[in-house]
Ligand binder design. Structure first.
Ligand SMILES: N[C@@H](CCC(=O)N[C@@H](CS)C(=O)NCC(=O)O)C(=O)O
Length: 214
């Protein structure tokens, strides 16, 4: 399998999961700054021209959450459960994709992507507009996490990797999380996993890193 990625939000969860599961993937870096995701060859794999993409035989799979489920299923891992928990995991994946992460992404885009790719100053109006909605959903998440170790049941699942995706960037993105201690506690637990803390398969010198056990 080949996993096309960059060191950005959505590929991060897939790289973390691949590392956690020690999936047999070849990691292929896509340089977004050079537009490598907009080439005809890349669009043939993903017409949306976005990373991540997983190529598994004839399958070119895009959408980070679907890729996580595919990798977990291939590994026979309970992170994408076979039993009734699957519906609950699906619920959180949908909630994340439609409610929580689009709002967190506003902060990530304004404070991290714009400076990184020279796209101008953060737009204070965009941040102000996103803040109450972000806090509304953060409150839902915080309340759900009270007394729980993970989102679904008492075990880690792909839902945790999806919903938490903006949290490693919380400081730099200036996510308004001060009033949500349960979210912070939960993310501290995830951060104890080497695969979550350090998901990308290269070192600070730019050399590919050997994947190690999570
Ligand atoms: N819904 C997609 C979103 C993928 C996405 O937005 N990827 C970003 C990087 S985090 C990207 O490739 N952006 C390039 C662009 O929009 O030009 C997923 O979850 O995989």
């Amino acid at each position: 399998m080949k996993l096309y990625y960059s060191d950005t939000l959505n590929p991060r969860k897939v790289c973390a999961l691949a590392r956690y599961l020690q999936s047999p993937v070849e990691f292929i870096w896509v340089e977004l700054g050079k537009g490598e995701h907009r080439t005809p060859q890349f669009r043939a794999m993903n017409p949306n021209a976005k990373v991540p993409v997983l190529v598994d035989g004839d399958l070119a799979l895009w959408e980070s959450n679907a890729i996580m489920c595919h990798l977990a299923e291939k590994a026979g891992s309970d992170l994408w459960p076979q039993d009734a928990r699957r519906i609950d995991v699906m619920r959180w994946l949908m909630w994340d994709a439609t409610e929580f992460s689009p709002l967190a992404s506003v902060f990530y885009f304004e404070h991290i992507i714009k400076p990184r790719f020279g796209l101008g100053e953060p737009d204070a109006a965009e941040i102000e507009k996103a803040t109450p909605s972000f806090e509304r959903y953060a409150k839902v998440l915080d309340a759900h996490l009270l007394g729980r170790r993970y989102l679904v049941g008492d075990a880690l699942s792909v839902a945790d990797f999806a919903v938490a995706i903006a949290l490693p960037y919380a400081g730099q993105a200036r996510l308004p999380l001060d009033n949500f201690p349960e979210i912070r506690r939960w993310h501290d637990r995830l951060s104890a996993l080497p695969a979550w803390r350090d998901p990308f398969p290269y070192t600070t010198t730019g050399q590919p890193a050997t994947l190690q056990a999570a």
